[in-house]
Design a binder for this molecule. Structure first.
Ligand SMILES: [Ca+2]
Ligand SMILES: [Ca+2]
Ligand SMILES: [Ca+2]
Ligand SMILES: [Ca+2]
Length: 271
């Protein structure tokens, strides 16, 4: 019986997102809601091209300002293999004089509760979704598909099963509201993955414009790096929560590493 189930799982598993367990719309949302969640599951709109991007409500969901949506991969996990591991498709348009871009922050999770954000750059928009047009070619092949690729290697994660997209709102200068078409696994597995990163081993209360508290059961040295690798802070952890002065840290993406611990790294945005 188990063998039959496994075979069925292998036959039916696909690289597409399978469910949307959560959504919260922001101001300006509405477009595509009557087709949710089918319009953001499965492959991206196959008729999309860079100069004629997807536009139908049956293909797109507008999140609204600061709105967010979670996609779940239930018959497959996104896994870290060399190169990009998943692609986010928005209806980016090639206007002839550049790309019309509406951006979203990208976070991933193994359990749907503990989220790890991809680092991003507010001036170049690098690290956000909504930058590159969809080509209409094979959406599982990043070298031809277009869309925006993300590599779990950047976060030190072996696998994830959830992707959360959050409209950038006023955090960046872009064209407007993010319209999600699809999220597609590039590297994926139907196997059962290892234990999730323990949520309580390192958690941070946000926002942390002035200070933030690290709750940890671990001991060791907590190091904070900027995106370009400079050490911005260093603290000794003794297995109890400590409060860090974030105003002494540079703004932007900060990369925390707790050494002498099973927990490898977490990246956070200091706004
Ligand atoms: Ca799937
Ligand atoms: Ca990878
Ligand atoms: Ca758009
Ligand atoms: Ca779609």
């Amino acid at each position: 019986m188990m063998l039959i189930s496994l075979i069925l799982l292998c036959i039916t598993a696909d690289p597409w997102a399978d469910a949307s367990p959560g959504v919260e719309y922001g101001p300006g949302a509405g477009y595509g809601q009557s087709y949710y969640p089918d319009n953001i599951l499965g492959p991206p709109d196959p008729s999309a091209t860079p100069t004629s991007p997807s536009f139908g409500e049956d293909n797109l969901l507008t999140l609204g300002k600061d709105g967010w949506v979670v996609l779940e991969f239930s018959d497959n996990s996104i896994i870290n293999e060399p190169g990009a591991d998943f692609t986010v498709f928005e209806n980016v348009m090639d206007t002839g004089s550049g790309y019309f871009q509406e951006c979203a922050f990208v976070e991933v999770s193994q359990d749907g509760e503990y989220w790890i954000p991809f680092p991003w750059n507010a001036s170049t928009l690098e690290g956000l979704a909504g930058l590159m047009p969809t080509t209409g070619d094979d959406p599982t092949n990043p070298s031809v598909s277009g869309g925006d690729q993300f590599d779990l290697e950047v976060l030190g994660l072996d696998w994830v099963r959830f992707v959360r997209l959050t409209d950038c709102g006023d955090a960046v200068t872009d064209g407007g509201l993010f319209d999600l078409d699809a999220v597609v696994a590039v590297n994926w597995s139907t196997g059962i993955e290892g234990a999730a990163v323990t949520p309580f081993s390192f958690s941070v209360t946000s926002p942390f414009s002035t200070s933030f508290t690290v709750n940890t059961k671990d001991t060791g040295t907590l190091l904070c790096y900027t995106v370009d690798g400079r050490i911005a802070g260093k603290w000794q952890l003794n297995g109890q929560s400590i409060t860090l002065n974030a105003s002494a840290l540079p703004s932007g993406v900060l990369h925390f590493v707790l050494n002498e611990s099973s927990f490898s790294a977490v990246k956070l945005m200091n706004r």
